[in-house]
Unconditional design. Structure first.
Length: 436
């Protein structure tokens, strides 16, 4: 145990407590893909609650392949999976933490949005087709452009090969526009289009509706451009989000919309906190009564564990559902498992007549393999639950895995550091204090 560890642990503890305090904001400069103000973004550190705890909206969407011009050749379950991925990208871009998106059979999708206040915006973004196409002007036989008429290229130049778009601000009035860039091979087609239709208008449409029809004034040297359309900042960001998520493979229709109230959730949170406090208190009483001084040290490490784990939940962020809170409370009880193994080994070494320092080092060495393998087994199980599970099962698995990982760090580093620190205090070296 190096001398730097006490300072490191102390710094981690201070930062964890600071993060656990409500109403923090932090900012840092970065090159953002969306809307930026002054080149920085402010993110609030807060506890994210799931739909069952803070309320929100639950939507059931139905795939409508019958609204396509031609019947799709792709199986319906594959279209369902593709639509879920598109919706996931769109909803996450709205800032909704941990939405639940899962298939209901082959033709329906369940969408849960915790804490969503603008239901209409979520509905519109979730169901919008978002098919982008660049069209060229229709010309008469003499080569004159027919005003207001456009046609598709052959093959159509669509948004299938768009790179991630972003919102930019142009001119003295900072008018928002959407900057885009084509990937190969459409970047070369975009450059060629600027040569073929120089000083002529081209039309940019979304779902068949014109967004803008700018005239090409220069020959492009790359596959990039901008979309203008008298945007507000919000509408430009929404368009960028739609383009980045891609087009839906099939139209969607909302067949059920339910508002989930948080009243039951608040009551459940209070009951869960009471249960957690009782469990924590029982663990504290047992550890101190049975292990005495090592038990007190384990309790101090348990406070450190709780503060650090909750801080990680707020920073990741982890969306806490009832199942997630259950995983967190369960991990608190499991956090003392490693200490129990170490203390039992320590007592065996002390009964064998070894000195405190030797017994402590030997007990840690002999208990370490059991601690490592038991924690790895739990994390592996949580990983399997997270990979194959959905919704609340994933929340339970994630909180459990984080809790076990932090408890391993706490037992191996923090508890051992505190135990060694007591050896430097002569009044604390009496064997009666160590439960022997």
């Amino acid at each position: 145990m190096t001398r730097a560890w006490p300072w490191i642990i102390g710094l981690i503890a201070i930062l964890a407590v600071w993060v656990d305090i409500p109403k923090h904001q932090f900012s840092f400069p970065f090159e953002c893909p969306g809307v930026c103000f002054g080149g920085s973004s402010f993110t609030e550190i807060k506890t994210h609650l799931g739909l069952d705890l803070q309320g929100g909206t639950q939507l059931v969407l139905q795939l409508r392949p019958d609204k396509l011009a031609a019947p799709p050749t792709t199986p319906l379950d594959v279209l369902n999976a593709q639509a879920q991925k598109v919706i996931d990208r769109r909803i996450n871009a709205l800032g909704v933490s941990e939405p639940v998106i899962q298939g209901l059979g082959t033709d329906k999708i369940l969408l849960e949005l915790p804490g969503v206040s603008d239901l209409k915006e979520a509905q519109r973004i979730a169901t919008r087709q978002a098919f982008l196409e660049v069209k060229v002007p229709v010309k008469e036989a003499n080569g004159q452009v027919v005003p207001g008429q456009f046609r598709s290229l052959e093959p159509p130049l669509t948004g299938a090969n768009l790179k991630p778009t972003s919102v930019q601000f142009q001119g003295a009035t900072n008018v928002p526009v959407v900057a885009f860039s084509f990937d190969s091979p459409d970047d070369a087609r975009w450059v060629q289009l600027s040569k073929d239709y120089l000083n002529e208008p081209v039309q940019i449409t979304l779902d068949g509706t014109q967004i803008s029809a700018p005239s090409i004034r220069v020959v492009f040297t790359s596959g990039s451009g901008i979309i203008e359309g008298n945007f507000t900042t919000q509408s430009a960001k929404e368009l960028s989000t739609l383009l980045n998520s891609g087009a839906l493979p099939v139209p969607l229709e909302i067949i059920q919309s339910t508002r989930v109230e948080p009243t039951l959730g608040k009551d459940s949170v209070q009951r869960s906190l009471v249960a957690g406090a009782i469990g924590f208190l029982l663990v504290v009483i047992f550890m101190i009564a049975y292990y005495r001084l090592p038990g007190v040290i384990a309790v101090l490490a348990l406070f450190f564990y709780t503060a650090l784990t909750y801080a990680i939940f707020r920073l990741v962020p982890v969306t806490l559902t009832l199942a997630g809170i259950a995983g967190f409370i369960l991990s608190i009880g499991m956090a003392v498992d490693a200490n129990v193994l170490t203390f039992e080994r320590l007592k065996e070494e002390l009964r064998a007549g070894k000195s405190l320092r030797v017994a402590l080092d030997e007990g840690r060495r002999r208990a370490y393999p059991s601690i490592l393998y038991s924690n790895l087994a739990t994390i592996l199980t949580a990983g399997i639950l997270f990979y194959f599970g959905t919704g609340t099962v994933k929340g339970f698995a994630l909180t459990l895995a984080i809790g076990v990982a932090v408890s391993f760090f706490t037992a191996v580093i923090v508890t051992q550091m505190l135990l060694h620190a007591t050896l430097d205090r002569p009044p604390l070296r009496r064997r009666a204090l160590w439960g022997v």
